[in-house]
Design a binder for this molecule. Structure first.
Ligand code: SIN
Length: 290
């Protein structure tokens, strides 16, 4: 896809693209913004290098996508809970986002997207991996797709002790969401369970739910659904939480990796029967083959 204001270089055919020719700290024209939005919907995760962007400009860019989301418990910068701090250093007991997840999926209205700007990166390591939940859905057999469609799952967050002494912003959320959701923009179907927040499939027995979730949590890890980004200081990644999951690798102890995250509020996930069953036709067949 050729654009007039940006250049977009896919990282894989399935997920991820590097965007050239734009600095997100600048006031973007409506046309440039629309092209970024279009590329985001196509590639699910966008990467930008060498971005000069103050926290205020980062907030302003995020607000173009909608009202900003406040994390239930994470520390924030400049007295503004919309500016989440991402930092892991030699004193850290844990790394944010070390398990596969879609951000705060336990919210009734989980965030639609997240924009992370890293200011300091380790000399090596600290990559983030994303997986396409469109691809994960498409790779399932038609029979499994039909079983999952119409099921709902409980998502619950428990941040006790996770952010040290930082007091939570609000009660820890929990919500029931469809296992397969329709993306409100692309109308594609995406698998919407993740091992960090999804606890139980409501319509199944405990044993059935455990077995099916275990399968799905393994399924989403297939490398064919993924891209991986090596950060530099000044890099920005923005991901669509409605159709991706991600995992941040902590392989750089005792180095520091830090930046700021702005997250955009989303809608309540829903399932709408608007897409013909794709089965595995013309799609990745990795799961069936594996
Ligand atoms: C997160 O889940 O927001 C953290 C992602 C990262 O640090 O790469």
């Amino acid at each position: 896809m050729a654009y007039r204001h940006i250049a977009v270089e896919p990282v894989t055919p399935t997920i991820g693209a590097v965007v050239h020719g734009v600095n997100l700290g600048d006031t973007l024209s409506d046309e440039t913004f629309a092209e970024i939005h279009d590329a985001w919907m196509r590639h699910c995760v966008l990467f930008f290098r060498d971005q000069e962007m103050t926290p205020e400009q980062h907030l302003a860019f995020g607000r173009r996508f909608g009202p900003l989301h406040i994390h239930p418990a994470a520390p924030y910068a400049h007295g503004n809970p919309e500016l989440m701090v991402i930092e892991t250093n030699r004193d850290s007991k844990r790394n944010n986002g070390s398990g596969w997840h879609s951000d705060v999926s336990a919210d009734e209205e989980p965030p639609l997207g997240t924009i992370l700007h890293l200011h300091e990166v380790p000399p090596a390591g600290g990559d983030t991996l994303w997986a396409s939940m469109y691809a994960a859905y498409d790779a399932l057999s038609g029979s499994m797709q039909r079983l999952l469609t119409g099921l709902t799952a409980l998502h619950a967050a428990d941040y006790t002790g996770v952010y040290g002494d930082h007091p939570p912003q609000r009660e820890f959320p929990q919500a029931v969401h469809p296992v397969i959701r329709t993306h409100p923009v692309t109308k594609r179907r995406a698998l919407f369970v993740n091992s960090s927040f999804t606890r139980r499939i409501q319509e199944l027995s405990v044993r059935e739910s455990r077995a099916l979730l275990e399968f799905l949590f393994e399924h989403v890890k297939h490398p064919a659904f993924q891209c991986r980004f090596q950060w530099e200081a000044g890099s920005v990644a923005m991901w669509d939480n409605r159709c991706t999951q991600h995992l941040a690798v902590w392989d750089y102890y005792p180095a520091t990796r830090r930046g700021l995250r702005v997250t955009v509020q989303g809608d309540r996930p829903y399932f709408e029967d608007v897409q013909e069953d794709s089965g595995t036709q013309g799609r990745l067949r990795v799961a069936a083959a594996g």
